[in-house]
Ligand binder design. Sequence first.
Ligand SMILES: Cc1cc2nc3c(=O)[nH]c(=O)nc-3n(C[C@H](O)[C@H](O)[C@H](O)COP(=O)(O)OP(=O)(O)OC[C@H]3O[C@@H](n4cnc5c(N)ncnc54)[C@H](O)[C@@H]3O)c2cc1C
Length: 595
Amino acid sequence: MPTYKAPVRDTLFVMNDVLGYERHSNLPGFGDAPPDVLEAILSEGARLTENVIQPTNRTGDIEGCVRQEDGSVTTPKGFREAFQEYRQGGWTGLAVPAEFGGQGLPYVVHTAVSEYMIAGNMSLMMYPGLTQGAIAAIVAHGSDEQKATWLPKMTNGSWTGTMNLTEPHCGTDLGLLRTKAVPAGDGTYRISGQKIFISAGEHDMADNIVHLVLARIEGAPEGTKGISLFVVPKFLLDASGNPGTRNGVACGSIEKKMGIHGNATCVMNYDGAVGTLLGEANGGLKAMFTMMNEARLGVGLQGLAIGEAAYQGAADYARERLQGRALSGPQEKDKPADPIIVHPDVRRILMTIRSVNEAGRALVLWTALQSDIAHRSADAKAREAADDLLGLMTPIVKGVLTDKGFEHAVMAQQVFGGHGYIEENGMSQLVRDARIAMIYEGANGIQALDLVGRKLPMHGGRAVQSFFKEVGEFCEENRADEKMAPFTKSLKKGLNDLQAATMWLMQNAMAKPDNAGAASTDYMHLFGLVALGYMWGRMVKTAHEKPGSEAEAFYENKLVTGRYFMERVMPETTTRLARISAGADTMMALPADAF
Ligand SMILES: Cc1cc2nc3c(=O)[nH]c(=O)nc-3n(C[C@H](O)[C@H](O)[C@H](O)COP(=O)(O)OP(=O)(O)OC[C@H]3O[C@@H](n4cnc5c(N)ncnc54)[C@H](O)[C@@H]3O)c2cc1C
């Protein structure tokens, strides 16, 4: 099994040096986690991951979840204990507002430490991960009574949450949804229908499960306009607020699936279950989006986390596995062969993953920081700008980092040769686990459409224009700096390609929407490359500014890795632009029956 070491030093570099974490100390919650506390939190999260969470990963994969005859679901050995330790450490409530029992710390801190835990065991971390999204939706849309009823126990992790959107005939197209809600006359509703693929829908790690369920109130309009969101607990609460009688919701079966075996993917049957409306009637999609936006960043983080775990496994293996001799002559003459890390093609794999991961970490944290500013700043202009960036970056973080996460897991598996294909070495699990992140929370094709169709034109293109301006100014300010020139030149070229692609879309997609659809995935990746390149620009600038010290090697490694990204990854913007400008005609030319 590959071992995992949480990259605390890298996180601190991004947070403190690149993003200027301390500059935001005036925002609520930031003062409670100054840099020394941030470091302590990350170190403790690293310890928990390495000693408690990661050791359950392989067992989870092998054992999987088991549905018992009575409909209960047993999680793999060690999950309950690891989750107990996680909740007792207060991790579930880290970023939840203090008034609901949380610690109210910055979301960016929660995001930073969650990367480690997800890398340790993605399946296990999905249970509290979904709970975070459910908490966010109740905080944003719940009545005072709903908040008081559900949030404290969800915050301390004794109850978990789920999101129930998908039905057998209704995945991406939620307008097709059939689950119905009938008013009971007492302010509650009776929910009936079937949901499928519900992550963490049933399990044995919490005393209650709070399902957030999309359903259509009887008589509501067809399509997405008639969808409402409901809180439906597994157990109804007794007079003192404790889990009492069983509600009319049960797990009918669990899916046998490619990966994330430790997370129960459930068919949930609702049969007159008691639920209360969350937010406004027919406003369910809007309310669910609060949950989904947070969840999308969390899924992007899964892509990064698995990519990092895969990288570490591959790097360790490449240093140890002896095969062949270096092209430049033997490196370790006393051994029968050199370690495979001497081979340029193995280096290509390691450097590619590493250079994207390091920028990916900066991108996720930068985006999470925008969420904090958007929700906590007293300055309306700052809130607006941060919210623009958050909206723009969410589909990019989700779509690009999860595509990369899977790609990286496969590339890292390649470093192991045949041994990567053998289960006991752990790389196969990473490949299988990473795959789902590209599919759920809106498949990546849908993220790309969200970017092109919604986020680009939003507020007359305000968000995208401000991103272009920020990156353009960065290039301009550093153009004359000799040390920065190789980086800014490549970044500027990428930005030019992105701006050309954006212009092409403006000119060609209005009259012919298929052009937007045909361009969307390439556009999302082109945007992602520029965003990652911008993160490298900022990291490299910071590394240059660090005075020579005993940590010099750390900064030198940053410069080399950043250079690799600019030389070998960034040039892909040219190909992406070429594909985008090819338009949809050829793509759409064959009749459906020719496929
Ligand atoms: C392990 C697992 C866990 C999950 N957890 C949850 C959960 O907790 N809660 C929940 O509600 N759901 C969950 N899901 C469901 C998941 O979110 C859906 O599978 C996903 O949204 C896609 O829906 P679908 O599978 O019906 O695919 P479809 O909607 O049928 O889409 C099939 C393909 O067509 C593409 N497509 C569809 N429409 C368009 C369009 N308009 N334009 C371009 N392309 C399009 C999609 O991108 C996709 O590639 C989970 C799924 C799995 C497998």
